[in-house]
Design a protein around this ligand. Structure first.
Ligand code: SAM
Length: 295
Protein backbone atom coordinates (compact mmCIF):
# COMPACT_ATOMS: atom_id res chain seq x y z
CA UNK A 1 0.00 0.00 0.00
CA UNK A 2 1.26 3.49 -0.82
CA UNK A 3 1.95 5.83 2.05
CA UNK A 4 0.29 9.19 1.36
CA UNK A 5 0.50 10.75 4.81
CA UNK A 6 2.12 14.18 5.06
CA UNK A 7 5.73 14.12 6.21
CA UNK A 8 6.98 17.14 8.19
CA UNK A 9 10.25 17.46 6.33
CA UNK A 10 8.94 16.88 2.84
CA UNK A 11 6.98 19.31 0.73
CA UNK A 12 3.55 18.98 -0.83
CA UNK A 13 2.55 18.50 -4.43
CA UNK A 14 -0.70 20.24 -5.36
CA UNK A 15 -2.58 19.30 -8.53
CA UNK A 16 -4.50 22.45 -9.31
CA UNK A 17 -7.39 22.45 -11.79
CA UNK A 18 -7.85 25.65 -13.81
CA UNK A 19 -10.73 26.88 -16.03
CA UNK A 20 -11.50 25.26 -19.40
CA UNK A 21 -12.68 28.60 -20.78
CA UNK A 22 -14.56 30.77 -18.33
CA UNK A 23 -12.14 32.27 -15.82
CA UNK A 24 -14.91 32.50 -13.22
CA UNK A 25 -14.52 28.76 -12.82
CA UNK A 26 -11.25 29.11 -10.92
CA UNK A 27 -11.74 28.13 -7.28
CA UNK A 28 -10.78 30.26 -4.31
CA UNK A 29 -8.66 27.41 -3.07
CA UNK A 30 -6.82 27.18 -6.40
CA UNK A 31 -5.99 30.89 -6.18
CA UNK A 32 -4.74 30.57 -2.61
CA UNK A 33 -2.59 27.54 -3.37
CA UNK A 34 -1.12 29.12 -6.51
CA UNK A 35 -0.24 32.23 -4.52
CA UNK A 36 1.37 30.23 -1.68
CA UNK A 37 3.52 27.60 -3.42
CA UNK A 38 7.22 28.07 -4.17
CA UNK A 39 6.91 26.85 -7.76
CA UNK A 40 4.09 26.47 -10.27
CA UNK A 41 4.92 23.78 -12.83
CA UNK A 42 2.96 24.47 -15.99
CA UNK A 43 2.45 23.07 -19.45
CA UNK A 44 2.84 26.44 -21.10
CA UNK A 45 4.47 29.04 -18.87
CA UNK A 46 3.20 31.98 -20.95
CA UNK A 47 -0.37 30.80 -20.75
CA UNK A 48 -0.24 30.12 -17.01
CA UNK A 49 1.52 33.42 -16.34
CA UNK A 50 -1.33 35.20 -18.12
CA UNK A 51 -3.81 33.36 -15.89
CA UNK A 52 -1.84 34.20 -12.75
CA UNK A 53 -1.51 37.83 -13.78
CA UNK A 54 -5.25 38.03 -14.38
CA UNK A 55 -5.74 37.11 -10.72
CA UNK A 56 -2.89 39.29 -9.50
CA UNK A 57 -0.70 36.36 -8.46
CA UNK A 58 3.07 36.48 -8.69
CA UNK A 59 4.61 33.04 -8.77
CA UNK A 60 7.74 31.35 -9.99
CA UNK A 61 6.81 29.18 -12.96
CA UNK A 62 8.68 26.30 -14.58
CA UNK A 63 7.71 24.34 -17.67
CA UNK A 64 6.39 20.83 -17.25
CA UNK A 65 5.06 19.43 -20.51
CA UNK A 66 4.90 16.20 -22.47
CA UNK A 67 8.41 16.66 -23.89
CA UNK A 68 10.24 17.25 -20.60
CA UNK A 69 7.85 15.48 -18.25
CA UNK A 70 10.22 12.67 -17.32
CA UNK A 71 13.26 14.82 -16.39
CA UNK A 72 11.14 17.56 -14.87
CA UNK A 73 9.29 15.06 -12.69
CA UNK A 74 12.62 13.97 -11.16
CA UNK A 75 13.74 17.60 -10.62
CA UNK A 76 10.43 18.59 -9.06
CA UNK A 77 10.47 15.48 -6.88
CA UNK A 78 13.93 16.49 -5.58
CA UNK A 79 12.56 19.95 -4.79
CA UNK A 80 9.62 18.41 -2.97
CA UNK A 81 11.97 16.15 -0.99
CA UNK A 82 13.71 19.29 0.26
CA UNK A 83 10.40 20.58 1.62
CA UNK A 84 9.07 22.82 -1.17
CA UNK A 85 5.41 23.22 -1.99
CA UNK A 86 4.88 22.75 -5.72
CA UNK A 87 1.70 23.20 -7.78
CA UNK A 88 1.14 21.51 -11.12
CA UNK A 89 -1.30 23.08 -13.55
CA UNK A 90 -2.08 22.29 -17.17
CA UNK A 91 -3.20 24.69 -19.89
CA UNK A 92 -6.81 24.05 -18.98
CA UNK A 93 -8.81 21.75 -16.75
CA UNK A 94 -7.44 19.10 -14.46
CA UNK A 95 -3.75 18.19 -14.66
CA UNK A 96 -3.20 14.51 -15.41
CA UNK A 97 -6.40 14.25 -17.47
CA UNK A 98 -4.94 13.98 -20.97
CA UNK A 99 -2.38 16.45 -19.76
CA UNK A 100 0.93 16.14 -17.89
CA UNK A 101 0.65 15.22 -14.22
CA UNK A 102 0.84 11.45 -13.97
CA UNK A 103 4.64 11.18 -13.79
CA UNK A 104 5.13 13.76 -11.08
CA UNK A 105 2.37 12.16 -9.01
CA UNK A 106 4.10 8.76 -9.35
CA UNK A 107 7.47 10.27 -8.46
CA UNK A 108 5.98 12.01 -5.41
CA UNK A 109 4.05 8.93 -4.28
CA UNK A 110 7.15 6.75 -4.54
CA UNK A 111 9.01 9.16 -2.27
CA UNK A 112 6.22 9.40 0.29
CA UNK A 113 5.52 13.02 -0.62
CA UNK A 114 2.05 14.33 0.14
CA UNK A 115 -0.08 14.73 -3.03
CA UNK A 116 -3.06 17.06 -2.72
CA UNK A 117 -5.66 17.44 -5.46
CA UNK A 118 -7.26 20.87 -5.75
CA UNK A 119 -10.29 19.89 -7.85
CA UNK A 120 -12.04 22.04 -10.41
CA UNK A 121 -13.13 21.91 -14.05
CA UNK A 122 -12.56 19.00 -16.38
CA UNK A 123 -14.11 19.02 -19.84
CA UNK A 124 -15.23 15.40 -19.84
CA UNK A 125 -17.18 15.72 -16.58
CA UNK A 126 -18.86 18.93 -17.77
CA UNK A 127 -19.76 17.30 -21.10
CA UNK A 128 -21.03 14.07 -19.59
CA UNK A 129 -23.26 15.81 -17.07
CA UNK A 130 -24.75 18.15 -19.70
CA UNK A 131 -25.17 15.43 -22.36
CA UNK A 132 -28.48 14.11 -21.06
CA UNK A 133 -27.09 10.58 -21.27
CA UNK A 134 -26.81 8.25 -18.26
CA UNK A 135 -24.09 9.29 -15.83
CA UNK A 136 -24.31 6.35 -13.42
CA UNK A 137 -21.64 4.38 -15.26
CA UNK A 138 -19.32 5.81 -17.85
CA UNK A 139 -16.07 5.09 -19.62
CA UNK A 140 -13.72 7.96 -20.36
CA UNK A 141 -11.42 7.07 -23.25
CA UNK A 142 -9.38 10.27 -23.59
CA UNK A 143 -8.69 11.08 -27.25
CA UNK A 144 -9.87 8.55 -29.82
CA UNK A 145 -6.97 7.36 -31.98
CA UNK A 146 -6.33 9.65 -34.95
CA UNK A 147 -5.87 6.80 -37.44
CA UNK A 148 -9.05 5.27 -38.81
CA UNK A 149 -8.03 1.64 -38.26
CA UNK A 150 -6.99 2.18 -34.63
CA UNK A 151 -10.07 4.31 -33.96
CA UNK A 152 -12.37 1.65 -35.31
CA UNK A 153 -10.59 -1.04 -33.31
CA UNK A 154 -10.95 1.00 -30.15
CA UNK A 155 -14.67 1.52 -30.78
CA UNK A 156 -15.14 -2.19 -31.53
CA UNK A 157 -13.47 -3.07 -28.21
CA UNK A 158 -16.00 -0.84 -26.41
CA UNK A 159 -19.08 -1.99 -28.30
CA UNK A 160 -20.52 -4.19 -25.54
CA UNK A 161 -19.60 -2.01 -22.58
CA UNK A 162 -22.68 -1.08 -20.56
CA UNK A 163 -21.49 2.42 -19.84
CA UNK A 164 -21.82 5.83 -21.45
CA UNK A 165 -18.72 6.43 -23.60
CA UNK A 166 -16.88 9.76 -23.39
CA UNK A 167 -14.04 10.90 -25.66
CA UNK A 168 -12.08 14.00 -26.48
CA UNK A 169 -11.94 14.64 -30.20
CA UNK A 170 -10.36 17.17 -32.54
CA UNK A 171 -12.69 19.31 -34.71
CA UNK A 172 -11.29 18.01 -38.00
CA UNK A 173 -11.95 14.40 -36.97
CA UNK A 174 -15.31 14.62 -35.21
CA UNK A 175 -17.42 13.83 -38.30
CA UNK A 176 -15.25 10.77 -39.07
CA UNK A 177 -15.39 9.62 -35.45
CA UNK A 178 -19.18 9.98 -35.39
CA UNK A 179 -19.55 8.07 -38.67
CA UNK A 180 -17.25 5.29 -37.43
CA UNK A 181 -19.13 5.13 -34.15
CA UNK A 182 -22.43 4.86 -36.06
CA UNK A 183 -21.08 2.02 -38.14
CA UNK A 184 -19.31 0.09 -35.39
CA UNK A 185 -21.52 0.69 -32.36
CA UNK A 186 -24.81 0.90 -34.25
CA UNK A 187 -27.24 3.81 -34.08
CA UNK A 188 -27.25 5.33 -30.59
CA UNK A 189 -28.10 8.57 -28.89
CA UNK A 190 -25.07 10.81 -28.49
CA UNK A 191 -24.02 14.38 -27.75
CA UNK A 192 -21.23 16.65 -28.89
CA UNK A 193 -20.29 19.28 -26.29
CA UNK A 194 -18.50 22.18 -27.92
CA UNK A 195 -16.63 25.12 -26.40
CA UNK A 196 -17.90 24.45 -22.89
CA UNK A 197 -17.98 27.47 -20.60
CA UNK A 198 -17.03 29.75 -23.53
CA UNK A 199 -19.04 32.19 -25.65
CA UNK A 200 -19.93 29.65 -28.33
CA UNK A 201 -20.79 26.86 -25.92
CA UNK A 202 -23.27 24.31 -27.25
CA UNK A 203 -24.34 20.77 -26.49
CA UNK A 204 -25.75 19.14 -29.61
CA UNK A 205 -27.76 16.01 -28.86
CA UNK A 206 -29.02 13.49 -31.39
CA UNK A 207 -28.39 10.15 -33.01
CA UNK A 208 -24.90 9.29 -34.17
CA UNK A 209 -25.92 9.32 -37.85
CA UNK A 210 -27.56 12.75 -37.58
CA UNK A 211 -24.63 14.19 -35.66
CA UNK A 212 -22.19 12.78 -38.24
CA UNK A 213 -24.14 14.60 -40.96
CA UNK A 214 -24.35 17.82 -38.98
CA UNK A 215 -20.67 17.94 -38.07
CA UNK A 216 -19.51 17.13 -41.59
CA UNK A 217 -20.72 20.59 -42.62
CA UNK A 218 -17.75 22.93 -42.93
CA UNK A 219 -17.28 25.10 -39.86
CA UNK A 220 -19.81 23.22 -37.68
CA UNK A 221 -17.14 21.73 -35.47
CA UNK A 222 -14.99 24.71 -34.52
CA UNK A 223 -13.28 24.83 -31.15
CA UNK A 224 -12.87 22.20 -28.47
CA UNK A 225 -15.09 19.15 -28.41
CA UNK A 226 -16.17 16.25 -26.25
CA UNK A 227 -18.08 13.31 -27.72
CA UNK A 228 -20.53 11.43 -25.47
CA UNK A 229 -22.19 8.22 -26.70
CA UNK A 230 -24.98 6.21 -25.11
CA UNK A 231 -24.33 2.73 -23.80
CA UNK A 232 -25.01 -0.51 -25.66
CA UNK A 233 -28.54 -1.84 -26.10
CA UNK A 234 -28.76 -5.34 -24.69
CA UNK A 235 -31.45 -7.80 -25.64
CA UNK A 236 -32.50 -9.28 -22.31
CA UNK A 237 -33.62 -12.90 -22.08
CA UNK A 238 -37.14 -11.62 -21.49
CA UNK A 239 -37.04 -10.14 -24.94
CA UNK A 240 -37.21 -6.64 -23.52
CA UNK A 241 -34.52 -4.34 -24.87
CA UNK A 242 -32.52 -2.60 -22.19
CA UNK A 243 -30.79 0.74 -22.46
CA UNK A 244 -31.23 4.16 -23.76
CA UNK A 245 -32.20 3.33 -27.31
CA UNK A 246 -34.95 0.89 -26.29
CA UNK A 247 -38.33 2.50 -26.74
CA UNK A 248 -39.94 3.46 -23.46
CA UNK A 249 -43.09 4.50 -25.31
CA UNK A 250 -43.48 1.08 -26.94
CA UNK A 251 -43.03 -0.74 -23.64
CA UNK A 252 -45.40 1.59 -21.77
CA UNK A 253 -48.04 1.14 -24.47
CA UNK A 254 -47.69 -2.65 -24.24
CA UNK A 255 -48.04 -2.60 -20.46
CA UNK A 256 -51.04 -0.29 -20.67
CA UNK A 257 -52.59 -2.75 -23.12
CA UNK A 258 -52.08 -5.40 -20.42
CA UNK A 259 -54.21 -3.27 -18.09
CA UNK A 260 -51.70 -1.19 -16.12
CA UNK A 261 -52.38 2.51 -15.68
CA UNK A 262 -49.78 4.89 -17.12
CA UNK A 263 -48.01 5.49 -13.80
CA UNK A 264 -47.62 1.78 -13.07
CA UNK A 265 -46.66 1.06 -16.68
CA UNK A 266 -43.94 3.70 -16.60
CA UNK A 267 -42.60 2.42 -13.28
CA UNK A 268 -42.47 -1.16 -14.61
CA UNK A 269 -40.94 -0.12 -17.96
CA UNK A 270 -38.26 1.87 -16.14
CA UNK A 271 -37.34 -1.14 -14.02
CA UNK A 272 -37.29 -3.52 -17.00
CA UNK A 273 -35.18 -1.15 -19.08
CA UNK A 274 -32.72 -0.41 -16.28
CA UNK A 275 -33.66 3.29 -16.15
CA UNK A 276 -34.58 5.59 -13.28
CA UNK A 277 -38.21 6.68 -13.28
CA UNK A 278 -37.20 10.25 -14.12
CA UNK A 279 -35.10 9.04 -17.01
CA UNK A 280 -37.91 6.82 -18.31
CA UNK A 281 -40.37 9.71 -18.08
CA UNK A 282 -37.99 12.03 -19.92
CA UNK A 283 -37.54 9.49 -22.71
CA UNK A 284 -41.25 8.76 -22.90
CA UNK A 285 -41.97 12.46 -23.37
CA UNK A 286 -39.29 12.98 -25.97
CA UNK A 287 -40.17 9.79 -27.89
CA UNK A 288 -43.82 10.86 -28.01
CA UNK A 289 -42.85 14.36 -29.12
CA UNK A 290 -40.61 12.89 -31.83
CA UNK A 291 -43.27 10.53 -33.13
CA UNK A 292 -45.79 13.40 -33.16
CA UNK A 293 -43.45 15.58 -35.21
CA UNK A 294 -42.69 12.69 -37.60
CA UNK A 295 -46.42 12.05 -38.24
N1 SAM B 1 -7.00 18.46 -18.79
C1 SAM B 1 -8.14 18.82 -19.58
C2 SAM B 1 -9.42 18.50 -18.82
O1 SAM B 1 -9.36 18.25 -17.61
O2 SAM B 1 -10.48 18.51 -19.43
C3 SAM B 1 -8.11 18.15 -20.94
C4 SAM B 1 -6.93 18.50 -21.75
S1 SAM B 1 -6.95 17.80 -23.35
C5 SAM B 1 -5.31 18.11 -23.89
C6 SAM B 1 -7.83 18.99 -24.30
C7 SAM B 1 -9.15 18.45 -24.85
O3 SAM B 1 -10.16 18.54 -23.85
C8 SAM B 1 -9.69 19.24 -26.02
O4 SAM B 1 -9.13 18.83 -27.25
C9 SAM B 1 -11.17 18.92 -25.95
O5 SAM B 1 -11.45 17.66 -26.50
C10 SAM B 1 -11.38 18.89 -24.44
N2 SAM B 1 -11.74 20.24 -23.96
C11 SAM B 1 -10.98 21.08 -23.24
N3 SAM B 1 -11.65 22.23 -22.99
C12 SAM B 1 -12.86 22.08 -23.55
C13 SAM B 1 -14.02 22.93 -23.65
N4 SAM B 1 -14.02 24.13 -23.11
N5 SAM B 1 -15.10 22.46 -24.31
C14 SAM B 1 -15.10 21.24 -24.85
N6 SAM B 1 -14.04 20.39 -24.80
C15 SAM B 1 -12.94 20.81 -24.16
Amino acid sequence: MQHWAMSQAKGTLYLVATPIGNLEDITRRALRVLAEVEVVACEDTRRTRALLEHFGIRAKTVSYHEHNERERAAELAALLERGAAVAVVSDAGTPGINDPGYRIVCAAAERGINVVPVPGPSAFVAALTASGLPTDEFYFGGFLPARAHARRQKLAALRDLRATLVFYEAPHRIALALADAREILGEREAAVARELTKIHEEVVRGRLGDLAARFSIEGAARGELVLVIDRVVIEEESGVEEGATASVAVRVAALEAEGLDQRAALKRAARELGLTRDEAYRRLTSERARSKSEN
